[in-house]
Design a protein around this ligand. Structure first.
Ligand code: NAD
Length: 376
């Protein structure tokens, strides 16, 4: 099978879908890998390195798309990329088909099979191909570094001849994959960390990382597949009341709360941010999904009138492009191994839970039931 890796074209995207190490292993498994020239530069992976790993480096993007049996990407295709897709090829990429069913329709129209990597079920079996987890881990880490950089205070407690410096107080809202990594990173930097999540099952994980779990007396909101459910109005009110006191005494608030298929819940209304000390920092990892903070401006970092820095930068994993690419690439290797036979031929078993979850279009149709309902 010819696996093609185009250069990512979204502004600011520095990752590549396959790194040299993975190329080498895939070539060893009878695949042919074609990479667009320069595709790895943002992730410190040169054409020469990819060539040495066994890839063919192609300078014409049209030739690359024309050669592809399977196109491996990170960002969903834009209009130009859609126009280049070859009929009967397979596209593997992030696609967010529940939020953007129109894209699925466009891909189907071109008789391209779409495997959306953001739809891989969050199960133990699928863990090694779970790009949402691998990239969220990086986002959680990066968010803390952004906060530490923007905060005009130290994170660790220091006892020096020039005085004793108290540790920074960090509050993490949402203790899923990104949140847990944010807690661990903030602890490593010496901050005192508190965390809150609507799924009470994470309390133990939060505490095992050395953070304090904020208890709020509302019903557990654990939904299916390890995800959270949306809260009712009364629960939201209670949550806001308790969080307000914790937010007000925090130097840094990192928000990561998401609810599948919904806009991110607003956990930090403007009024709560106003009560934070001047110089405090909010990093909103959920910025691209609407934001957990009412004052977040997606893609921006700014200082509010009351002196709080609100960071809503997009695509945090891309800022750690080498390891984000390496982890994405490892996920893709596992995924390809799952959907190909021993001779490297693609075999999509629709009875398989993982394939069923991520197969969105095939043979000119939108075949994923939930997406098909929306794509009508
Ligand atoms: P996510 O990105 O959808 O959400 C992030 C966190 O926000 C979640 O922990 C969620 O409970 C929390 N949240 C939602 N609404 C909230 C609110 N109003 N207030 C506070 N917190 C709120 O989730 P995720 O990090 O991608 O994954 C969630 C869970 O899924 C993981 O913690 C894990 O248990 C499970 N998971 C399992 C596997 C596996 O078994 N292989 C893989 C990945 C994830």
């Amino acid at each position: 099978m010819i696996i093609a890796i185009p250069r990512e074209t979204v502004p600011g995207e520095r990752r590549i879908a396959l790194v040299a190490e993975s190329v080498k292993r895939l070539v060893g498994k009878k695949h042919e890998v074609v990479v667009e020239s320069g595709a790895g530069l943002g992730a410190e992976c040169s054409d020469d390195e990819l060539r040495a790993a066994g890839a063919r480096v192609e300078s014409s993007v049209d030739a690359l798309y024309a050669a592809a049996d399977l196109l491996l990407k990170i960002q969903p295709p834009d209009e130009t990329e859609l126009g280049r897709l070859k009929a009967d090829s397979v596209l593997v990429s992030l696609a967010y088909p529940l939020a953007n069913p129109a894209l699925a329709r466009e891909v189907a129209k071109r008789r391209v099979t779409l495997l959306a990597v953001d739809m891989i079920p969050r199960t133990t079996l699928a863990q090694m191909m779970d790009v949402l987890s691998s990239q969220a881990t990086i986002a959680g880490y990066r968010a803390v570094l952004l906060a530490a950089e923007a905060l005009p205070r130290l994170f660790p407690m220091l006892m020096t001849a020039a005085g004793t410096i108290p540790p920074a107080k960090v509050l993490v809202l949402g203790a899923g994959v990104a949140g847990l990594q944010a807690i661990a990173t903030a602890r490593r930097l010496g901050a005192v960390v508190e965390a809150y999540d609507v799924r009470k099952v994470v309390k133990e994980q939060v505490e095992s990382l050395g953070a304090r779990f904020v208890n709020i007396d509302i019903a557990d909101a654990a939904g299916s597949g390890g995800y959270a459910k949306e809260l009712g109005e009364e629960a939201k009110r209670k949550q806001a009341e308790v969080l307000a006191t914790h937010v007000a005494k925090s130097d840094v608030v990192i928000t990561t709360a998401l609810v599948p298929g919904r806009r991110a819940p607003v956990l930090l209304p403007a009024e709560m941010v106003r009560r934070m000390k001047s110089g405090s920092v909010v990093v909103d990892i959920a910025a691209e999904q609407g934001g957990n903070c009412e004052l977040t401006r997606a893609g921006e970092r700014y200082r509010t009138e009351t002196g709080v820095t609100v960071i809503g930068e997009r695509n945090l994993p891309s800022q750690i492009s080498v390891h984000a690419s390496a982890m994405y690439s490892r996920n893709m290797e596992k995924l390809l191994a799952h959907v190909t036979d021993k001779d490297g031929v693609l075999e999509l078993d629709v009875a398989d839970e993982i394939v069923k979850g991520m197969l969105i279009t095939r043979g000119g149709d939108v075949v994923h039931p939930a997406v098909a309902d929306m794509a009508m």
